[in-house]
Design a protein around this ligand. Structure first.
Ligand code: SF4
Length: 210
């Protein structure tokens, strides 16, 4: 049983294990329960973190939760995992060395923009072999409206560039949009598939980065 005061750094859902590195985001998505309602819970786990955990703490939590038999281990949570890029890369390497076959990152796709360099090769080298990237819209103006950030409309093009670079470098790349009223599934699908990514249309009422 989880101590109420203990941060949730690793949490199982189904046969997958999810790792929670941060509560910080670059975007403030209008559809996000964290932004909309201050709600950080997923599957009964409260993912709010007041401090950024180091690699050894996250690794200990992953081992305690158990790695054997997992279908995948996913960096996700109510924060952007690549905001903790060094920790993410370190843990991904440890996971692959421990025999985990699928290591996925759920991401806003803005890491290269934030870091000022192409980070896709670093993710691939660390053993990340699946990405789910939030494309979120079929055009830059809609993206900036529903996912506001300091980067404005330029963020959407940065996400597209990240996806383009990831396709071919990472074996499984999905680009997702949330099924918000007014968004066209077909336009979003075309935007995702034109980049070479697999398309995911995520239900609006079942968010939580899973
Ligand atoms: S949807 Fe994801 S990227 Fe957007 S604010 Fe919520 S946790 Fe952050």
């Amino acid at each position: 049983m989880t101590d109420k005061a203990s941060p949730v750094l690793a949490y199982p859902l189904g046969d997958a294990l999810y790792l929670n590195l941060t509560s910080a985001c670059t975007l403030a998505c209008v559809f996000c329960p964290k932004i909309r309602d201050g709600d950080f819970t997923v599957g009964g786990f409260d993912l709010r973190l007041s401090q950024a955990p180091g690699a050894d703490r996250v690794w200990a939590a992953a081992q305690e939760a158990g790695l054997a038999g997992r279908s995948e281990v996913v960096f996700t949570g109510f924060g952007e995992p690549t905001r903790r890029l060094a920790v993410l890369l370190e843990i991904a390497q440890r996971l692959r060395a421990a025999g985990v076959t699928r290591v996925r990152v759920d991401t806003d796709g803005l890491a290269s923009l934030r870091e000022g360099r192409d980070v896709v090769p670093e993710l691939a080298a660390a053993g990340v072999n699946a990405l789910s990237v939030s494309l979120n819209a079929a055009d830059s103006a809609t993206y900036a409206r529903i996912c506001p950030s300091a980067h404005g409309e330029s963020a959407w093009e940065a996400v597209r560039d990240f996806i383009r670079r990831a396709v071919g470098a990472i074996p499984d790349v999905a680009a997702s949009c949330v099924a918000l009223p007014g968004l066209s599934e077909e336009e979003c699908r075309r935007a995702a598939e034109s980049l070479g990514a697999r398309f995911r249309w995520r239900p609006y009422d079942r968010l939580g980065r899973i």
